[in-house]
Design a binder for this molecule. Sequence first.
Ligand SMILES: [Zn+2]
Length: 162
Amino acid sequence: MENLWAPWRMEFIAPKTPRPQECIFCTQPAAHRDDDYYIFYRGEHCYMMLNLYPYNSGHLMIVPYQHVESIEKLNSTTLTELMSQAQLALRALHLVMKPDGFNMGINEGKVAGAGYAEHMHFHIVPRWNGDTNFMPVVADVKVIPEHLANTYHKLKQALESL
Ligand SMILES: [Zn+2]
């Protein structure tokens, strides 16, 4: 496993620069540099961005603009939009990547594996038949066959056409 090339994952394990103190799910959409942060869709209450440290190609997140750690604190309008965006994301992913299935969900709290526990976000990870062959269960490195920028532009285009 030591020869796999997954530079973005390695940077997460050993970051070159210290991780920012401020909340990335608040500062990145506020910066209005969506191409730099792979924010490919904006709604009224939630937005969608690619995960920079993906577990598979097309791994994306749906994030409410509101800074809350739990879905308990979201109102029903935001919750509804979050699931509507999940539906849109699946349509777009089907269009551009043709996955065979998806893992979807929320890691709520550090104990549950949330990297940024203070601002809740909903993960969607596309799955393909046979991809577990390449997905090491124990090791923390794996190959991502498609580069992020490529995925970003394809998804953005697909959503504009939906
Ligand atoms: Zn935040």
